[in-house]
Ligand binder design. Sequence first.
Ligand code: KIV
Ligand code: ZN
Length: 513
Amino acid sequence: MADKLIIFDTTLRDGEQSPGASMTRDEKLRIARQLERLKVDVIEAGFAASSNGDFESVKAIAQAIKESTVCSLARANDRDISRAAEALHGGASTRIHVFLATSALHMEKKLRMTPDQVFEQAKQSIRFARNLSGDVEFSPEDGYRSDPDFLCRVLEAVIAEGATTINIPDTVGYAIPELYGNFILDLRRRIPNSDKAIWSVHCHNDLGMAVANSLAGVKIGGARQVECTINGLGERAGNCALEEVVMAVRTRRDYFGLDLGIDATQIVPASRLVSQTTGFVVQPNKAVVGANAFAHASGIHQDGVLKARDTYEIMRAEDVGWATNKIVLGKLSGRNAFKQRLSDLGIELASESEVNAAFAKFKELADRKSEIFDEDITALVMDESVTAEQEHFRLLALSQHSEMGERPHATVAFAAGTDEFHADSDGNGPVDASLKAIESKVQSGAELVLYSVNAITSGSTESQGEVTVRLQLGGRVVNGVGADPDIVVASAKAYLAALNKLHSKNERVAAQG
Ligand code: KIV
Ligand code: ZN
C-alpha cells in the first residue's frame, strides 16, 4: 500500500494573515465546512490566543467539524497553548501547533533570546502541550534558514517530549526545491528519533517556488504532510497552493506514488468560496482553478481535444469541480428547491429566519436575472442582510443619475448601528459619486487602495458584478466584497463591508514578525 500524504490546510490561519483577507467567524465556518467536504486531513482554523475573534472562530470550527482534524496555532508559551486547548476543547479530532523561531537572525533580533533559551522553551512548551493534547505539531519558525546542527538538537528534544509532527517552515520563501528537499532528508537522517514523528513542509511563495519546494520536500525529503492554502492565499506572495500540490501528486502518481484523501471535485467550489469571501481574485491563467485553466483557445488545440481529450489535457475539468458551473435555479423555483440547493452547496444557515431572508433575496435576484448559478447563491448568502451577524453599516437604498457629458450624482441611504443616514454627492462616475456620498457622512478617512469589478459568472452581461474594495487606515488593510447585478450598488455594498471590517476593532497578534 502507498503512503498517504496528509493535506494540512492553513487558509484560515496563514492565508488569513494576508493584508485585507481577514474573515468573520461565520465566513471562516463556511470555509471550514467546504474544507471538510474537500476532505482535507487537517484544518488550521486560526491562532486562538491572537484575538478574541480568532478564539471564537477556532472554537466554532472545532465544534462543527467532524471529519477533519481541527488545529490551532500557538506561540511556545503556556498561555497561548492553554488558550488553543480551550478553544479546541470538545472537538472530534484536534491538534495544537506550537511554533518558535530557531534561525540566528530571528532568535537574536526578534526574540532576543540565546539558542540555549530557545532550546529550553521549545522543550518545555511541547511538554506542556502534550499534557493537553495527544496531537502536537512543532514548527521551528524560519526553520530553513536555521543552523542545521542547532535545528537537529531542538527537533530531537521536542520529538522526545512527544511532538507528533515536525514542520519545517520556509518562512520567507528563500528555498530552492532540491536544496529544501535535501535539507529535510538530512534532518531526518541525522535525528535519531526522527521516525517517531511525521515530517511536514510549509513553504512561502516569495520566489514563486512554494509548490515546487513542497513537492521536493515530499519526494526528496520524505515529508508526508504538506501545509498549503486554497488559491495559494497568504501574505506577500502567498503560501503553497493546495490545488496545485493535490493535482500534481494525483496526476503524477506514477512519480510520487502517494495516496491522498482529498475529494478533488470540491477544489473549484473551495477556490470560488475563498475568493468570494476574501475578495482576492484568482488570476485567469492560474493552474487548476483559473478561469482559463481548461480553456483551449487555439484552433489546433481545440481540434486535438475534440478528437482525443488527452492530446492536450492532463486533467479533466470536471475532476476538479468545474462542472458545477451550471444554471441551478430560476424565477419559478420554490423555497424547498432553494433550500435543497443550499444544502447541496454545503451552506448551513443558522435559522429558518435566515433561510427566509436568503430566499427573499433569491426571489429578488431571480426577478432581475433569469439564470441563477451556484456562484450567485454563494454570493447571496454572504450578503450581510441574510446572516445573523448584524453589521454596523448597512445599505438601505441607492439611486444615481449619469448622463453622457454631465457630472454623475448619487443619493445613498444607509444605516450605521441604529442611526439612518441620507447622503448625496457628485463624482467622476456613478461609483465615485456613491462612495463619496457614503464617506461624506462616515468620515472614516480611509484610503481606497484597490477597487476591482468582476463578473461572478462568466459569459454574459446579465451576470452579477462582484466588487472588491480595499481600504487602508492607520496601518490596517481590509477588503470588502459586494455583489449585485447593478455594479454601482455592488460597489456601495463592498465599501460598507470594508468599513464594517475597519469598525470591528478585532486587533490580533501576528504569527510572524
Ligand atoms: O511561515 C511560518 O513560519 C509559519 C509558522 C508560524 C508555522 O507560518
Ligand atoms: Zn507560514
